[in-house]
Write a protein that binds this ligand. Structure first.
Ligand code: DLL
Length: 432
């Protein structure tokens, strides 16, 4: 199902011409009207005249999150306050928050992107969509809300928390689609089980639009097996606007609307642009943003850009599942470890449940990593020998994938924390 067929299926060359034209105009405009961008471009001796093709975009300097923080709250805005119609705030993990402002057009393109994305997974006017992302400063709730209204779905603005009530409403209103973080949906599956609710038998829920945090293919498989609901990945960041882009029915990468955003993947060390299909750090240029323009913003998320036309017919570039952030990488005893690798390894062990926590401590000069894992109720045993065997099996799986000895602690079902928004599974206590 297409929301905007002409743009979504535009021939590749035409799309590239359109992207080049938009970036050239954007850079020319910013150079003449915005001191921040002019100064940045001057610092690398690049002016609008140097951008003569799409590949010349790589000459432009990167923007970083630190610059947003340094210019908090509105010093980087490109429009007067009177043109701002909304703010959102992303708290992040460290330092000052990032404040994002939107003009009316910015909200319009955000909504358009989500309307295309939701249509591509078959969400439309026959659907009732429960938005269980937080409403408020976080972009998830309001973003999905407006996108779902645009495609004509009935929207239930449930926000987070009160899970039993959410499940009752889901039944009462024949909700067909839910949008929330994967960790919240996992929690919902557990609560539904306790309440005796079987999603396929007792609800009309068939689709889940899950994102805002990294989650693995293994986790998708488990979510689908335990709920019977088809799960789709949705991606975005508050700097882009909020949640924006999803997989289509093919589920072979997340489509990035090419007339709205231009994505590159770079080598995190050298900053060089990578070939299509090579994994690196994502860099985004937003082609239509007004309040808060983004030119070559280093998002820090790790992924690859694929430029082939998708089997669904859309020509927009796709990004592969985000495997983590370059700044999420833990260095444990000199070995680089991404939390996503730990999730990947854990999902290979059928006895392991869906909840885990990672703790890193330092004992003298030595780093220690402890992974706490909940065991599935049917695999939990009172027999100490069974549990010891299971624990060493999980430790050897982790060792195989991480090349690092990790200590595993087994936890009973329900013992580890649950999350209704973004999960926070890593506790690095070394710097405390
Ligand atoms: O999380 C926007 C959003 C809301 C996306 C709802 C999807 C659904 P921020 O709070 O600014 O915005 O956080 C953005 O979250 O840079 C990624 O590190 C992570 N992230 C978002 N979506 C995914 C995903 C929202 N599908 C940061 N897979 C991003 C992996 C994701 N990580």
């Amino acid at each position: 199902m297409f929301w905007n067929h002409d743009i979504e299926c535009m021939p590749k060359e035409e799309l590239k011409r359109l992207q080049y034209g938009s970036i050239k105009n954007l850079v020319t405009e910013l150079y003449s009207s915005n001191a921040f961008y002019r100064h940045k471009m001057d610092s690398v001796n690049v002016g609008p005249d140097d951008i003569r093709s799409l590949s010349d975009v790589s000459k432009l300097p990167f923007m970083t999150k630190q610059e947003f923080r340094d210019n908090y709250p509105t010093k980087m805005f490109s429009v007067p306050n009177t043109d701002i119609v909304r703010y959102h705030v992303s708290s992040g993990t460290t330092g000052k928050p990032t404040l994002v402002g939107y003009t009316r057009n910015d909200l319009e393109y955000w909504t358009e992107a989500l309307a295309r994305s939701l249509s591509s997974i078959g969400v439309g006017e026959d659907d009732t969509l429960q938005v269980s992302y937080g409403y408020g400063l976080f972009t998830g709730g309001l973003g999905l809300h407006y996108g779902a209204e645009r495609v004509g779905a009935s929207v239930l603005p449930a926000s987070t928390g009160s899970t039993e009530r959410q499940l009752e409403l889901m039944q009462d209103l024949d909700v067909t689609v839910i949008a929330c973080t994967p960790s919240y949906f996992i929690h919902m599956i557990d609560v539904a089980k306790e309440m005796g609710i079987d999603f396929l038998r007792d609800t009309k829920l068939r689709k889940a639009v899950l994102g805002a945090e990294p989650w693995s293919e293994g986790m998708r498989k488990r979510i689908e097996e335990s709920s019977g609901v088809r799960a789709y990945d949705i991606y975005g960041t508050s700097e882009l606007a909020g949640p924006m882009f999803t997989e289509c029915e093919e589920r072979d990468g997340i489509h990035i609307c090419g007339d709205i955003a231009y994505m590159e993947a770079i080598d995190p060390e050298s900053g060089e642009v990578l070939e299509p299909g090579e994994k690196g750090e994502l860099v985004v240029t937003m082609l239509k943003k007004e309040a808060f323009p983004l030119v070559r913003y280093r998002i820090r998320d790790l992924s690859a850009v694929c430029d082939e036309v998708c089997a669904c017919g859309r020509s927009s570039p796709r990004i592969s599942r985000i495997s983590g952030r370059s700044d999420d990488m833990l260095i444990v005893r000199g070995i680089n470890v991404f939390p996503s690798q730990i999730e990947y390894a854990l999902m290979q062990v059928p006895q392991v449940g869906n909840q885990y926590m990672i703790q890193v401590t330092r004992d003298g000069a030595l780093d220690n990593m402890v992974v706490q894992v909940e065991i599935r109720p049917e695999s939990f045993s009172d027999k100490v020998e069974d549990m010891i065997l299971l624990r060493s099996h999980i430790e050897s799986e982790l060792k195989k994938y991480l090349n690092l000895a990790v200590h595993v602690e087994l936890k009973a079902p329900g013992e580890l924390p649950r999350f209704d928004g973004k999960a926070s599974r890593v506790k690095d206590k070394r710097s405390l």
